[in-house]
Structure formats: C-alpha cells, structure tokens
Ligand binder design. Structure first.
Ligand code: GLP
Length: 243
C-alpha cells in the first residue's frame, strides 16, 4: 500500500513537504532530488525559497534532475520548464548551476540526449528523493496513458489534455504548446530510492483514488507507483475526497 498523508489545504501540504525536503537536505547534504514542474509544486518551491532565506534549507551540495522538457524549446525560452524552474526555485536557493540537470529540448539527436540523461542520473548515484506531480489523466513526468509505457527516458507525444493543461505557459494559446516532450521513463522514476507524489485540488481526486486503489495499468501511469516500496502520496483534503 502506498502511504497517504492528507493535509487541510494546498498551502499546508507545501509547508510540510518543504520542511521534509529541508530535513532530507540536512541529513544528506549531497541529496539527489528529482523535481517536477506544473502548478502544483509552485507553493512548495515558494516555501523552499522561504526556508532557504531563513537559513533552514541548504542546497549547496544538492543535485537536481527535472522530469521533463518540451521538445524544441531552448533552456532560455521563458516557456520552457527549465526557465520555469529558474523562476520558481533555482533563482531563490543556493543550488549550484553545474548540479542542475535538465533534458535539452533542442538536442539534435533525441535518442542520444535521452541516453545522456539516464547516464547522468546513474553517475549521480540515482535519485534519492523523487518529487512528482500528477496529470489529470494520470501521467507522471510526461509518461502519458496508453497501451504501453516507456521504461526509460524518451520522446513523448503529448495528449490533448496535457497540452491544454500546459497552455497557460504559452499565453493560453493551445496551438503554441509543443506536441512532444522529452521525459524520463517509468523505470527511471521507479528506481528512485524515495518518491513523494504531490496532488492538490478537486480535479485530481478521481485520478488519486484510481492511482491508490485501482489496478496497475498503463492507462493510468501513476498506478505503477504501487510497485514502489517507498512511495508516498501527499494530498490536500480536496484531492483526497474520493478516498
Ligand atoms: C505537467 C508535467 C507533470 C506535472 C503535471 C501536472 O504537464 N509534465 O510533471 O506533474 O503536468 O501539472 P499541474 O501540477 O499543473 O496539475
């Protein structure tokens, strides 16, 4: 069974998870963190920045690997996930730029880029703490639902629902949202030593319930987290309402 923790509000989850990450950094300063993008982790990143400014979260020896990046977007493009992370977290904490890892959305040779990322994660000793968001269709990273899933880092074709969810980054112009992204795979995620999936808000409630209680299915990639020995799901009350 996945361990589930339920908090009174999205802010309360963010505060608790930020304290948890800060504590993990204290006990393991060279922590390797896997990081998500999306609206859900924004309050968490805000809280981590606050803790850092208060001298309670030190990223000086930490390493980060983000889950995914849009195909075709340069790291300097303000719509890229790389830029998102810079705005919401990296600009506000002391993580060393050389220890920030990202998939390069402009790589000419996509297969090689995916390979490079897997090897970089291996060289870092694997992910110690993988934080995840949850797509409303059950995706994690950009492992989209379908008949089959990818084990390793790959180029993913985005579902219309995922493109719509990301439209705000593109001035709400759906046509401007890339159709493909590079994403770590299911095995890359499941090999993390610890996983915390964060989900808040009523729109995630149905998916959260199926992820925790439903069968393992590629139709709901997050359901595979049930296979992990050390995966937790941190929710606010609204996301937990179907449990
Ligand atoms: C995005 C990302 C995911 C993220 C998810 C949920 O498209 N690729 O890693 O977890 O969708 O986003 P949100 O938190 O905005 O609901």
């Amino acid at each position: 069974m996945m361990r589930v923790r339920i908090f009174s509000s999205a802010d309360a989850v963010a505060r608790a998870l930020a304290r948890h990450v800060a504590g993990a950094l204290r006990s393991e300063p060279a922590l390797v963190l896997g990081l998500p993008t999306g609206r859900t982790p924004i309050p968490l990143y805000r809280e981590l920045a606050r803790l850092h400014q208060a001298g309670r979260a030190d990223f000086s020896r930490a390493t980060t690997f983000n889950l995914d990046e849009f195909l075709g977007l340069d790291a300097r493009d303000p719509r890229s996930y790389r830029a998102f992370m810079q705005r919401h977290l990296f600009d506000h904490v002391n993580v060393q730029p050389r220890r920030i890892h990202f998939l390069d959305g402009t790589a000419r040779d996509v297969a090689r880029e995916c390979d490079r990322y897997e090897r970089a994660i291996d060289r870092a000793g694997g992910i110690d703490l993988q934080l995840l968001g949850l797509g409303t269709n059950g995706h994690i990273g950009f492992n989209e639902p379908g008949r089959a899933l990818f084990a390793r880092t790959h180029c993913a074709r985005l579902k219309p629902v995922s493109r719509r969810a990301n439209a705000p980054l593109f001035g709400n112009r759906l046509a401007a949202v890339p159709r493909e992204a590079l994403s770590v795979g299911m095995a890359t995620i499941l090999h993390a030593k610890r996983i915390v999936l964060l989900a808040t808000g009523a729109t995630k409630a149905r998916c959260v319930e199926r992820m925790i209680n439903g069968p393992l299915t590629p139709r709901l990639p997050a359901s595979l987290l049930q296979l992990h020995q050390n995966a937790e799901v941190w929710l606010d009350r609204r996301a937990a309402r179907n449990l």
